[in-house]
Design a protein around this ligand. Structure first.
Ligand SMILES: [Zn+2]
Length: 339
């Protein structure tokens, strides 16, 4: 991918994940700390490819001075610890990513318990619940904990590639996801918030640090999508795949996709699905454990929207009960013949 910015270079690195390669960005403007935006996952192949890419600019990992992490997913942060150890670079990210990045034991414990509860409430059968739990926990093997030296949040300005970038906190795909916006050139570094070929999963997450309730990931994701669609962006440079020239058009397609999926969820409930797992099975049958997690995550997003709109409700009346599983019922609109 061509960034069309002189001192910003897109480096494509392999990942072992279905999403395919990741794009990280090297910013090498003179008089500015040499910066890498995202790192790729912790694999030998990714590190070797990154070293080869840096070598084309006469650089090595030890030259890095700043590592900016757009969100906490392992494909974006996995090599940060090794790169920081090799270089002494300062690691920067959104405050919500800090506990997970630093390998905080309480965060990990809380996260494992959170996902176990989510899967139980979704009504996922025992064996599958275990496999999904193991698949999500295995993702931790693609990163090493790293100390975060500084945080950036909404409204901050970063100098990068010789330009001023505004930090946008755009939660949804991940709670702590940031985009960077450069107004003069109308460029958005969109990370996984906007991807050309993939509908970003609104990954269900434990509550952000200091909060009691989880974010309604898809609901906040749609708000964050509308936010960037309303901005003056000529070109978005994403974390995977090609650059995006028509941001409002892409956002409109993503929102339409989610409306379609909401209708499919309603259809599944109408056809007799009772639990989140029933709906997931109806929409996405026969998946690998990790895909199952992402499918459940997306279905939870659509159920969140329907519940918030009052179109579904938790069914407390069912005498058979669902054990730990939450049972849903459709709330049909009441249309008065007189009205
Ligand atoms: Zn991600």
């Amino acid at each position: 991918m061509e960034t069309r910015i002189e001192h910003l270079h897109a480096l494509e690195l392999p990942t072992p994940f279905p999403v395919g390669p990741i794009t990280v960005f090297l910013a090498d403007a003179p008089g500015e700390p040499l910066t890498l935006v995202d790192t790729g996952p912790l694999t030998h192949k990714t590190m070797a490819t990154l070293e080869a890419a840096l070598a084309r600019y006469g650089l090595a990992p030890r030259h890095l001075e700043r590592i900016l992490l757009t969100h906490g997913h392992v494909d974006h942060v996995g090599l940060a610890a090794d790169l920081a150890a090799a270089s002494g670079a300062q690691v920067i990210s959104h405050p919500w990513n800090v506990p997970a990045l630093e390998g905080d034991a309480g965060e990990r414990e809380g996260r494992v318990a959170f996902y176990a509860r989510i899967l139980r409430q979704a009504g996922v059968p025992g064996g599958i619940e275990q496999a999904v739990g193991q698949a999500t926990a295995a993702m931790d093997g693609f990163m090493r904990p790293v100390a975060v030296g500084a945080t950036v949040d909404e409204g901050d300005v970063l100098r990068l590639a010789g330009l001023e970038w505004q930090v946008l906190h755009t939660p949804g795909h991940a709670g702590g996801l940031i985009c960077l916006y450069e107004a003069a050139g109308r460029t958005l570094l969109s990370s996984d918030h906007l991807l050309a070929g993939i509908s970003s999963n609104p990954v269900v997450e434990p509550p952000p640090p200091g909060r009691d309730e989880r974010l309604l990931s898809l609901a906040v994701y749609q708000d964050s999508l509308q936010r960037v669609a309303a901005m003056d962006v000529a070109r978005a440079l994403p974390g995977h795949g090609p650059a995006i020239d028509d941001v409002p058009g892409l956002v409109a397609r993503r929102l339409a996709f989610h409306r379609y999926r909401v209708a499919a969820v309603v259809g599944a409930l109408r056809a007799g699905a009772r639990t989140t797992w029933d709906v997931t099975q109806a929409l996405f049958p026969g998946r690998t454990p990790m895909d199952t997690f992402l499918a459940i995550s997306e279905v939870i997003g659509h159920l969140d929207l329907l519940e918030r709109e009052g179109r579904i409700a938790v069914d407390d009346e069912d005498e058979n009960g669902g054990g730990d599983a939450v049972l849903w019922r459709l709330v049909e609109p009441e249309i008065s013949p007189a009205g």
